[in-house]
Design a protein around this ligand. Structure first.
Ligand code: PLP
Length: 223
């Protein structure tokens, strides 16, 4: 596993997807998802030039954060239990999994400054997936306006694990449309500029559909 070599390949794919969709490479943030790997591999990822790391569990995040600290920006991408908010919320730079009012309330209480959050949406409607139903997103964003420490910077989704590229594309396209809808509301607490979508197997499609933050684990750092 050579992270720098993987990154070269991924960047070439990103450039290709950007050209296809008339976007610029600078718009895309690569989040290196280190949840499967050691601290050493996370360090290697930083050395390869990745400035943003993603973790999905409190324990894994805190372990790496202790060693790496602010040499990376930290993205929490997993389900967050309300009772564990206090352990991590003032250490992460972005939360990608805001999906309920009770969680927003707890973050608002524990955070020392506004937290940049992505609202997680279950676009595909699979039962196994976390996130709000598409139809619930606007009213959710309106409801959390009362929490000054919540800032909605974008929407996040995970595409289903299927081979049908057309279906995957449809999921990403729907998230982009929903993001546009939130933006037209001009909420001051929810500028909602960004789209966190695309993982190892589908990031090219996600970029073609407007992704600004792609979360790449296995194809970048290994398993
Ligand atoms: C694990 C994970 C990823 C990265 O998955 P890969 O397929 O290994 O790239 C991205 N997003 C979330 C929310 C994850 O849990």
């Amino acid at each position: 596993m050579d992270v720098a070599k993987n990154l070269t390949e991924i960047e070439a794919n990103i450039k290709r997807a950007c050209e296809k969709s008339n976007r610029s490479f600078e718009e895309i943030m690569i989040i290196g998802v280190t949840k499967y790997v050691t601290i050493e591999r996370a360090e290697e990822t930083i050395d390869a030039g990745i400035e943003n790391l993603g973790e999905n569990r409190n324990e894994g995040f805190l372990e790496k954060y202790e060693k790496i600290g602010n040499r990376a920006n930290w993205h929490f991408i997993g389900t967050l239990q309300s009772r564990k908010v206090k352990d991590i919320i003032n250490k992460v730079d972005y939360l990608h999994s805001l999906d309920r009012v009770s969680l927003a309330k707890e973050i608002n209480k524990r955070a020392e400054k506004p937290v940049k959050c992505f609202v997680q949406v279950n676009v595909s409607g699979e039962e196994s997936k976390h996130g709000l139903a598409k139809e619930a997103v606007i009213s959710f964003v309106e409801e959390i306006k009362k929490f000054p420490n919540i800032q909605v910077v974008g929407l996040m989704t995970m595409a289903p694990h299927i081979d049908d590229k057309h279906e995957i594309r449809k999921v990403f396209r729907q998230l982009a449309e929903l993001r546009d809808e939130v933006r037209t509301k001009n909420y001051s607490h929810a500028p909602c500029e960004y789209l966190s979508m695309g993982m190892s197997n589908d990031y090219s499609i996600a970029i073609e559909e407007g992704a600004t933050h792609i979360r790449i684990g296995s194809k970048l750092v290994g398993k």
